[in-house]
Design a protein around this ligand. Structure first.
Ligand SMILES: *Cc1c(COP(=O)(O)O)cnc(C)c1O
Length: 229
């Protein structure tokens, strides 16, 4: 399938969901997750009109950046080891995986501009997943406020829903992220607009949009997964 065909299909679904819940489709950014596909396929996605591309490893980001340069808006969506911050800091526009102070310290140290960071939250408390619990995220935000870092903007929150068929579980996860966003926004902290909710992937983006997602991270159903062929 061509990326452009997949994109039409996904955009149609997004438009339908937005209509249903009274949201504006333009308020939902599609991030094409290109981690499973070639540079050629990532280029095809960009040429199909998808300007936001996401990678979850520093080497993947670097190799695609070598071809596409600064034309796309790059999102780093994976677990980020502190020692790898320097590899991605000048390329990524958004980091979706801020989950500890040592990482914030390193971003502050290495960045040459203000970085848009999303705090990764493990809403349901799944053992296998990275991210802070909602309670920890609130404490983290307060600790970060004390630091007054000028290179870090808390642009929003990110979560991954559990891998399950149970829609209620998935929906509750997204609702939990939205509630946390409201709590953080009520704190009115400078440099923490927290407007973005990065939630929803191939299997659950429609539920995520119903619950307020502003960024959906879609890999398999948009660009495919070449590692599964
Ligand atoms: C791989 C990945 C995605 C995309 O997943 P698909 O199911 O292929 O759409 C989204 N978010 C993160 C953090 C990922 O690692």
């Amino acid at each position: 399938m061509k990326v452009s065909d997949n994109l039409v299909h996904i955009q149609t679904k997004i438009d339908e969901v937005c209509k249903k819940v009274g949201r504006i489709p333009n308020d939902v950014k599609i991030i094409a997750v290109t981690k499973y596909v070639s540079i050629q396929r990532a280029t095809e996605a960009f040429e199909a009109g998808i300007t936001h591309l996401g990678e979850n490893r520093d080497d993947g980001l670097l190799s695609k950046y070598e071809s596409l340069g600064n034309k796309p808006v790059w999102h780093f969506i994976g677990t980020l080891q502190t020692r790898k911050v320097k590899n991605i800091i000048d390329i990524a526009e958004y980091i979706h995986s801020l989950d500890r102070m040592s990482l914030a310290d390193e971003i502050q140290k290495r960045a040459s501009r203000k970085m848009k960071c999303l705090i990764q939250v493990n809403v349901i408390g799944e053992e296998s997943k990275h991210g802070l619990s909602p309670e920890e995220a609130l404490l983290f935000v307060q600790a970060l406020r004390e630091k007054n870092y000028d290179k870090i903007e808390v642009a929003g929150l990110m979560t991954m829903a559990p891998f399950t068929e149970d829609e209620t579980v998935i929906r509750n996860c997204f609702k939990g992220l939205k509630e946390l966003q409201q709590q953080i926004q009520e704190m009115n902290i400078p440099c923490m607009p927290c407007n973005e909710l990065s939630m929803g992937m191939s299997n659950d983006f429609e539920i995520a949009i119903e619950e307020g997602a502003t960024m959906v991270r879609i890999g398999t159903s948009l660009v495919g997964n070449e590692s599964k062929i």
